[in-house]
Design a protein around this ligand. Structure first.
Ligand code: PHE
Length: 367
């Protein structure tokens, strides 16, 4: 009796002394495991006379259940302690101010995208989208470029085989421009139409100003009595807002696109020196976009009667706009995912582009 009480006190002290789950488990095995101390004592009783065996058995079983319950309590206590420690480690202080040095950056392409959407959004344009993988109908045919049309050679197209057809005309393309969204928009809605379609485009080309994947933004307006004057006014307002200048010289040079007639390229005035490009001043010109009046065949392909409706369209390179506006010399670096580059040329996520709050954080006249 004396002995067992002592033993119990000892064992309870051991249980109390345990401070982590590993030690707890070792102790559990040592006390009540298959070869544990109490188990051995129970086994050892077999040699005792019956009377003593019964008495001893009772005591040992009481001891065993006391130790078991002490172990259980200890386990709960340890589990709670561990959980609390883990929670303490994982606390987030939501009242801490943001740490600017830890901020991610907005890529210049995303920034220009936001700026362009902010400007045209305010003019009442909606953003439209189309797939990156296009069929030739939307990328070429419906844009007045039937098979074998020489203009198809203007764009170094990546073709994707069509698993359902051997015929080359059925193969898909990764869109060479955002113009197929013009067709998709006409298929989906009736005029008046006023959309811009920013997105990825692909051509087999690679040097300092060309990458196989690049970004364009398409614009399309279709309504009754739309003229070239609307096109000019709209794009003039756009470049002023975009370059954050009160005035900017612009000119339109005649050009050729199969899907517009007449077609033009828009240049903005600038000053080019050996080290600098200054937009809005000087006697040099810089081409920034292609545009024109939507060709009647294109309206027809989109199910719109060209005798009733007219439209204008334009397309420009988002990456090129980023290079011009933010003075980034090599397009290839845009897509190298170098965090040092992004830190240098990227934008703070807190700086939203809006026409009222300021388009960019480089301090233009709109601020
Ligand atoms: N899709 C033409 C290009 O990629 C640009 C353009 C769009 C021209 C719309 C005129 C009208 O070069």
């Amino acid at each position: 009796m004396e002995n067992i009480e002592n033993l119990k006190a000892q064992m309870l002290a051991q249980v109390q002394g345990v401070s982590d789950m590993k030690a707890w488990d070792d102790l559990r095995v040592a006390l009540i495991g298959k070869k544990g101390q109490i188990t051995e004592l129970l086994k050892g009783m077999s040699s005792l006379p019956l009377e003593q065996k019964i008495e001893m058995g009772k005591k040992l079983n009481v001891l065993k259940s006391d130790i078991e319950s002490a172990l259980n309590d200890k386990k709960n206590e340890l589990a709670e302690k561990e959980l609390n420690a883990k929670l303490a480690l994982e606390t987030v202080d939501v009242t801490l101010p943001v740490r600017p040095e830890k901020q991610g950056r907005i890529h210049p392409v995303s920034k220009i995208y936001e700026e362009v959407v902010a400007i045209f959004g305010q003019m009442g344009f909606e953003v439209a989208e189309g797939p990156d993988i296009e069929d030739q109908f939307h990328n070429f045919n419906a844009l007045n470029m039937p098979a074998n049309h020489p203009a198809r050679q203007m764009q170094d197209t990546f073709y994707i085989p069509n698993p359902k057809s051997e015929d080359f005309d059925d193969s898909f393309v990764v869109r060479t421009h955002t113009s197929p969204v013009q067709i998709r928009t006409m298929e989906a809605k009736r005029p008046p139409i006023r959309i811009i379609a920013p997105g990825r485009t692909y051509r087999s080309d690679y040097d300092a100003t060309h990458t196989p994947m690049f970004h364009q933004v398409e614009g399309l307006v279709i309504d009754k009595n739309i003229t070239m004057a609307h096109l000019k006014g709209c794009l003039y307002d756009f470049v002023k807002a975009f370059f954050e200048l009160d005035d900017i010289p612009v000119r339109y040079r005649p050009s050729y696109f199969p899907f517009t007639e007449p077609s033009a390229e828009m240049d903005i005035g600038c000053l080019k020196t050996k080290t600098e490009l200054k937009i809005g001043a000087g006697t040099d010109w810089l081409e920034i976009l292609g545009c024109g009046m939507v060709h009647p065949n294109v309206l027809r392909a989109g199910g719109i009667d060209p005798d009733e409706y007219q439209g204008f369209a334009f397309g420009m390179g988002i990456d090129r706009l980023a290079m011009l506006k933010y003075g980034i010399p090599d397009l290839r670096t845009f897509f190298e995912s170098d965090v040092r580059w992004l830190k240098h040329y990227g934008f703070t996520p807190m700086d939203f582009s809006s026409m009222t709050g300021g388009l960019s954080d480089n301090g233009g006249s709109l601020r």
